[in-house]
Ligand binder design. Structure first.
Ligand code: ADP
Ligand code: MG
Length: 236
């Protein structure tokens, strides 16, 4: 079943069409990649889907429901969570506190929320850092915290915006394994990533956008050999 359907989605900022009639469909259980040069409109597409702002035109369907104009917190409760390219944790609060905020999407009980947050941290091999203030984390651990916060909302669909940027090669490999494990646990993942090696290793299917428009779609092999895609990246 299609978990997310994006139909003719456009987002206009004044005269700039950041996303231009985008169509895509993500099946349950897939890892779906979104790539494209800087400024192509990837984060804007995520912002529309995750409810930061509504699209100017088009239709977004999640889990069979039209979600145009739904707010991020409501979408979280429906099972759609995202991370941000620019991470913004509560720096003066602990890792556990930050993740517990996410758990409140699924429960109103403080103790239950905290227990769920701890489980997520354990799952991500992160529990040993639960008492560290978010501001004191390394880049890699801030990315992990972003994912933990999103996972704590118990998503069906997880939107990840460049969670591997700034990571060392071994940390990228570790992140690829974490994401594959999440998929194996039944979470559908929609990932924006600049690190080609990672996106190619992860994705079942990839959409490439440039100037807001889809220029290619296919398996990692098809995308790697697509001339339009190669041209778009060489021109960067
Ligand atoms: P990507 O994530 O692919 O690098 P973005 O979606 O961030 O690209 O940006 C696409 C285009 O939209 C860029 O030209 C960017 O400057 C513009 N843009 C993004 N967000 C806004 C905004 N909130 N207001 C105005 N322009 C924006
Ligand atoms: Mg971006």
């Amino acid at each position: 079943m299609a978990l997310l359907v994006v139909k003719d989605m456009t987002k206009q900022f004044g005269g700039l069409r950041a996303v231009d009639s985008l169509n895509l469909q993500i099946e349950e259980g897939q890892i779906f990649g979104l790539i494209g040069p800087n400024g192509a409109g990837k984060s804007t597409a995520f912002n529309c889907i995750a409810g930061l702002f509504p699209p100017t035109a088009g239709e977004i369907t999640f889990d069979g429901k039209n979600i145009n104009g739904s707010k991020p917190w409501d979408l979280c409760k429906q099972g759609l969570a995202r991370t941000f390219q620019i991470v913004k944790p509560f720096g003066s609060k602990s890792v556990l506190y930050n993740v517990t905020v996410g758990s409140f999407a699924t429960t109103n009980s403080r103790s239950e929320a905290e227990a769920k947050a701890l489980k997520v941290l354990e799952y991500l091999n992160f529990a040993d850092k639960k008492d560290i203030l978010a501001a004191n984390l390394t880049i890699a651990d801030r990315k992990r915290l972003e994912i933990a916060k999103a996972l704590a909302t118990e998503p069906k669909l997880l939107l990840l915006d460049e969670v591997m940027a700034g990571l060392r090669p071994n940390e990228v490999d570790e992140m690829v394994e974490i994401l594959k494990n999440l998929r194996n646990r039944g979470i559908t993942i929609f990932v924006i990533e600049h690190i080609m090696r990672a996106i190619m290793a992860l994705s079942d299917r990839i959409v490439v956008i440039q100037f807001g428009k889809k220029i290619a779609e296919g398996t990692p092999d098809e995308i790697a050999n697509n001339e339009k895609v190669i041209k778009a990246y060489l021109g960067e």
